[in-house]
Design a protein around this ligand. Structure first.
Ligand code: NDP
Length: 452
């Protein structure tokens, strides 16, 4: 007999959902967590980031307001207020997570868990046994090794800074780099971005990264493309001297690395089991989250599926349905909508133009690039961009992509339509909501280009 039916390591989005659902299904469940409840999303990711994003939006709202007749004293921003108010909200959420676990009858064990064998876990010198062990430890920021790499900060640090830097370099061209570029610029930091490639957000439809680059430069954010940091040295007074390729050298108050995240799976005792890992630390599992060690399972950011909170939550529920409810099911990873909370927002679902072509589809593209009605009075030059990728043969919409205000909100509805297999004909027969930006998605009639 084991102590538990299920022992979960990591109380982030996926681990908490799986443990609660399993306990509600009648299993005896424990969950171990060495840091905070709610994982990256609640503590150093989605939630505090979105609160900072709202905070940053005020700066453009204040300047937009003038065109609508408002005059304002120069507004002042106080970073410690935003940071501390955010901390209060996160504490509240941590408490809610604790009571959700408690309410479901899940035993919370504080401390770092390590596997001793396929059924035994050790936490702070105490051993526990379980029929099944679920690893849901998530990822940690990755910083490449180079001279001065110990001087940089990561997204984990930004949430707790004592003060905001005046001049900041952000390295990377993905989600985190571009979200923080917009947020910190909005909060008054002089931001520069260094990206090693020539296509921001390279896994998205390429038009989005190109349009975003134009918008960022229009906001006076300097984005250096094909730029590489060679070394960082510390000057006096906390100044960092950064050497780039092509003999460029610049000084900053801080350097933020947003160069991806790596699975937090080392030092977990996995070597005491037959659990297979990839070179980057990902745990190899089958579609039901079972590893090569039959009693060990993994889900969330550490298994090579999209690193998104709702994906981990869905995986947690599929895991419980399969292993504790006798209702085996897998997760459908097609048409997962995602948003990048950069300024302006990006929302995307389904295939990019590039991916559709790679997959061999004959496609038609429908695009619209316009100035939002609001900006006719605000004076802002910002553009809104929308694109539909349509399969010529079946008329099915393969992808929908947007850059513009509220793109993250708008894309969710399109995700439902794509999941339901919407055709362009149905999109065309949908009457728009007027006057909105979103209505543009149902009024694009003339293809902008087509494959032969
Ligand atoms: P991303 O994979 O999105 O971007 C990493 C960036 O770092 C890329 O531009 C990459 O360049 C660059 N890079 C990687 N290695 C190096 C290196 N050695 N030197 C210089 N540049 C390098 O990772 P993020 O860290 O931004 O985000 C991690 C994940 O977290 C995302 O993929 C996403 O799934 C999730 N996330 C989701 C959010 C949301 O839903 N809104 C918000 C934030 C994160 P290249 O393009 O050339 O590969």
């Amino acid at each position: 007999m084991y102590d538990y039916d299920l022992f979960v390591i990591g109380a982030g989005s996926g681990g908490v959902r799986a443990s609660r659902m399993a306990a509600q299904a009648g299993a005896k469940v424990a969950i171990a967590e060495e840091q905070f409840l709610g994982g990256t999303c609640v503590n150093v990711g989605c939630v505090p980031k979105k609160l900072f994003y709202y905070g940053a939006n005020f700066s453009s709202d204040f300047s937009d307001a003038r065109g609508f007749g408002w005059s304002l004293q120069p507004p002042e921003f106080h970073w410690p207020t935003l940071r501390d108010n955010k901390d209060q909200e996160i504490k509240r959420l941590n408490t809610i997570y604790a009571s959700l676990l408690d309410g479901a009858g899940v035993e919370l064990i504080r401390g770092r868990a390590r596997l001793q064998d396929p059924h035994t876990i050790e936490v702070d010198g105490k051993s526990y046994t379980a029929a099944r062990i679920l690893i849901a430890t998530g990822c940690k920021p990755y910083v490449p090794n180079f001279p001065g790499s110990d001087l940089v900060i990561t997204s984990d640090d930004v949430f707790y800074l004592d003060e905001l830097p005046k001049r900041l370099l952000i390295v990377g061209g993905g989600y985190i780099a571009l979200e923080f570029a917009g947020i910190l610029h909005g909060l008054g930091v002089e931001v520069e971005v260094s990206y090693r490639g020539n296509q921001l957000l390279k896994h998205f439809d390429h038009a989005l990264g190109k349009k975003l680059l134009t918008e960022m430069r229009g906001q006076n954010i300097e984005v250096m493309m094909q730029s590489q940091v060679l070394s960082i040295d510390e000057h006096s007074a906390g100044q960092l001297a950064v050497k780039f390729n092509e003999s460029v050298e610049r000084s900053y108050d801080a350097v933020l690395y947003a160069t991806g995240r790596l699975p937090y799976t080392s030092d977990l005792g996995l070597d005491n089991t037959a659990t297979q890992r990839r070179d980057n630390g990902e745990i190899v599992v089958d579609e039901y989250f079972q590893s090569s060690e039959p009693s060990i399972f993994a889900l969330g950011d550490i298994i090579g599926t999209p690193e998104l909170t709702p994906v981990a939550i869905e995986q947690g529920m599929a895991f419980v349905d399969t292993w504790f409810k006798d209702a085996a099911r897998t997760v459908d990873y097609a048409a997962i909508a995602t948003a990048v909370f950069c300024h302006p927002n990006i929302g995307s679902v389904g295939l990019s133009e590039e991916r559709a072509r790679e997959d061999g589809f004959d496609i038609e593209l429908y695009e619209s690039d316009f100035r939002h009605l609001k900006h006719t009075l605000s004076g802002r030059q910002e553009r809104t961009y929308m694109k539909l990728v349509v399969d010529t043969a079946s008329d099915k919409v393969l992808g929908a992509h947007m850059m513009g205000q509220d793109a993250g909100e708008i894309i969710q509805g399109l995700a439902i339509a794509l999941k339901a297999g919407v055709t362009k004909q149905i999109v065309d027969s949908t009457i728009g909501v007027h006057p909105t930006a979103a209505e543009e998605f149902v009024t694009m009639r003339i293809p902008t280009s087509a494959t032969e």
